[in-house]
Design a protein around this ligand. Structure first.
Ligand SMILES: Cc1ncc(COP(=O)(O)O)c(C=O)c1O
Length: 460
């Protein structure tokens, strides 16, 4: 056996042991960041160590600090799980170590991205000629799409923002919903559009942009280049902006319409839920994640732009020493030059699930969310505060102090992982379902943990 085989066999043992432990394992880590750092810290070694020793030391130091995000009882933030085929594809991605920037550096990576893109556009019901970029996450997908938007709205008024920058150029108006995700603001900040410069349109009680208010705003903004940002999947309620009507309205005013659908765009894959994203095919750009609803390992975001030329103009690079193709190289659709070959895992997810498997997975997430809502609503003094239309459930246990205490104790208990938030001024427990591993039994065990902890808090 070569040393490399020994190391990989050790890692295979560790990985399968970890996956096998998930059904019985507490979700909470056994130690904190200080514990992990203390275990790994030593003066920078003068001499190297044997790779197997390195792996043993890493496992011993880091494993106790693992938050079991792949567990079926993990419902924090919006994290997604890891499908077996995508985990295997991810190992191969590192083994093959392809630089996915150019067609010439990796026909394998680019070919997989081409096919994954075709499948994604088909599955999500988006224009087949869109350009697709494989980025790190939805924040960078928002950035990439909005860079294409910035290019195009400036181009239409004769300004080359890539060449001449923002100084001295026309003003751009950006309209966002009150409950947009924070990463839309960050993307606008990166683009020099200023996160505080956006016009904020009020949202309704579920966090959806209000169409009447959007109409009023559009009527007042004048002729500046215009970008409107919508959302498919509110991080608290799971609600979707009324995309069809909002796009119609915004397009009548000449706007570029962008949708942040980090986890919600996947509703399009299910006949049962796709009405939530009706009108999506008319949108100009979409940001989503494969590492959330599609259950691809981190990191994997997807930027999709209908006007491919706008995306190529905003991204990409040229250098004499590269071998560039007449066709767009993969780096023409992302804000990176060199990068990981993210198409392998996305291809593997879609190949292993098929159209029907993605739809069933999305529908199972929604069914689990409803099971949580039903189980919690039965409890005295407990209120599900959102309409459960997708995968998100927000719960209040009465007074805010009680809600906060229940969440804090839940996190310490570690049977299930659900995270705290404040929504519409009230403390809530957020439950987000996005892992293929979650079963009805996981939901029931998690509900039992919430019931037990609530009783303890109420008993003082
Ligand atoms: C609606 C929405 N947009 C953007 C993001 C950011 O995604 P990422 O963490 O992949 O950058 C999230 C993350 O939860 C989200 O829910």
């Amino acid at each position: 056996m070569t040393d490399e085989r020994k190391i990989l066999e050790r890692v295979l043992d560790e990985a399968t042991g970890f996956l096998d432990s998930l059904p019985g394992r507490r979700v909470a880590p056994r130690t904190d960041v200080d514990g992990v750092a203390a275990a790994l810290r030593r003066p920078l070694p003068e001499e190297g160590a044997e790779p197997l020793e390195v792996v043993e030391e890493l496992i011993a130091g880091a494993e106790p600090g693992i938050l079991a995000i792949p567990s079926g009882r993990f419902f924090g933030w919006v994290m997604g799980g890891v499908l077996p085929a995508t985990l295997a594809a991810d190992w191969l991605t590192s083994t093959w170590d392809q630089n996915a920037g150019l067609l010439a550096t990796s026909p394998a990576a680019a070919g997989a991205e081409w096919v994954a893109s075709e499948w994604l556009l088909d599955l999500l019901g988006l224009p087949a000629t869109s350009a697709v970029g494989f980025v790190t996450g939805a924040m960078m997908a928002n950035f990439t799409c909005l860079a294409a938007a910035r290019h195009e709205v400036f181009r239409r008024v004769g300004w080359n923002v890539e060449r001449d920058g923002l100084h001295g150029g026309p003003e751009v108006t950006v309209i966002v919903g009150e409950e947009r995700h924070e990463t839309v603001d960050v993307a606008l900040r990166f683009l020099g559009l200023g996160e505080a410069q956006s016009i904020i349109v009020p949202a309704d009680d579920q966090g959806r942009i209000r169409l009447d208010a959007l109409g009023d705003t559009l009527a007042q903004v004048g002729d500046n280049p215009l970008i409107v940002c919508l959302q498919a999947g509110n991080v608290h309620s799971g609600a979707f902006d009324p995309i069809q009507d909002a796009v119609d309205l915004a397009h009548r005013h000449g706007a570029w319409v962008h949708v942040d659908g980090a986890f919600g765009l996947w509703a399009a894959a299910s006949a049962q839920y796709q009405q939530l994203v009706a009108g999506r095919e008319q949108v100009d750009s979409w940001a989503t994640d494969a590492h959330k609803t599609l259950n691809v390992p981190y990191d994997s975001g997807i930027a999709i732009v209908a006007n491919a030329e706008a995306m190529y103009a905003a991204m990409g690079a040229h250098a004499a020493y590269l071998i560039q193709d007449e066709r767009p190289d993969p780096f023409s659709t992302v804000p990176e030059f060199s990068r990981r070959a993210r198409g392998f895992t996305v291809w593997a997810a879609l190949r292993s699930l098929g159209r029907r498997g993605v739809a069933e997975m999305v529908e199972r997430f929604c069914a689990h969310a409803r099971r949580f809502a039903a189980g919690l609503s039965e409890l005295d003094g407990v209120r599900v505060v959102n309409d459960v239309v997708f995968t998100q459930v927000c719960v209040s246990f009465g007074p805010d102090e009680v809600t906060r205490e229940v969440v804090a104790r839940l996190l310490k208990d570690g049977t299930a992982w659900m995270t705290p938030s404040t929504w519409h001024g009230r403390a809530v427990l957020r439950i987000s379902v996005s892992n293929w591993r979650t079963t009805d039994d996981d939901v029931d065990r998690s509900l039992a943990a919430v019931r037990r902890i609530l009783a303890e808090v109420r008993a003082g």
